[in-house]
Design a binder for this molecule. Sequence first.
Ligand code: SF4
Length: 351
Amino acid sequence: MISLLELTLPELTRFCAEELGQSPFRARQIWKWIWRKRARSFAVMSDIPLDLRGRLTAAASLDRPAIAAREESRDGSVKFLLRLADGGKVETVLIPSSSPDGRPRLTLCLSCQVGCAMGCAFCGTGALGFSRDMTCGEILSQVLLARDFLGDSAPLLRNLVFMGMGEPLLNLSQVLRSLEILNSDAGLAFSHRRITVSTCGLPRGLEELGASGRACLTVSLHAPNQELRAALMPRAAAWPLPDLLATLRSYPLKTRERLTFAYLLIGGVNDSPEQARSLAGLIAPLKAKLNLIAYNPVPGLPYRSPAPEAVLAFERVLWDRRITVILRKSRGADISAACGQLRAREFTTIL
Ligand code: SF4
């Protein structure tokens, strides 16, 4: 049985023509039910003839992952643990924020792989290892589930970030398919400016993602030099930092768009003023801004949060060197919102 959540609009149009003998008009109706009205069954598609609904039910599915657990943080973050059809588990986090004019809005942090093969030393997901890539339909189900959960507040969900479990460039074909449906006005209707793909920075796929123009790019540095990066992000550092930065200099950017770098501040590891100066030297030649995030400790891993004064001193060094810095709040610390933590804990309780 085919899942219609896995099909782009041209593919759904072909499926309707070849398998059901239906017109492109019917395909667009079904598409609207799936992505705009978030239908969970063909039975509710009231403008589709009854016999066609029956044939759709026999030939196709709209199944989504199940919510296996949900936790709400004091800061308003909501973390979902999702169970996929084969039993794999991934996380999705809804994060509250506000627009520049103070209006409330929400960002959804999406996973794109079950586990992760990158093995970053500080990361709970990295410690769990890699199981498999998520499909386009599994990736997009996270958005459908979040909108269903929000109900009347669904329009507040304005931004998406691929920053959950997995490395997007290692599952680029499914990520690009999901971006096509996210960007489509008749689909989930998120502008490319409201979607961020966050990567460790791998040569494979970076050019293709840039050429697609379907999302903004964030590159995780987490270290101001190759040696420390190799210790914290051993697999990502196989592509030397100078080569990564040289490639990013020619990354295609749209008008007024800038690259974003992410730097996780880990207490006593990468948070000294000297390291801030080195980091500024790396970033200054690029059209880029920097997101600084204080680390949330992961049980079982030997890293700690930075002292608040170290964070402020680090930020000041960067501002003094004219680097645009955004200090991101660590959301959901009380529900283990750092990547991999909810899943790790749930696994220990079940196994
Ligand atoms: S930080 Fe990201 S890329 Fe690194 S192991 Fe964790 S999920 Fe993978």
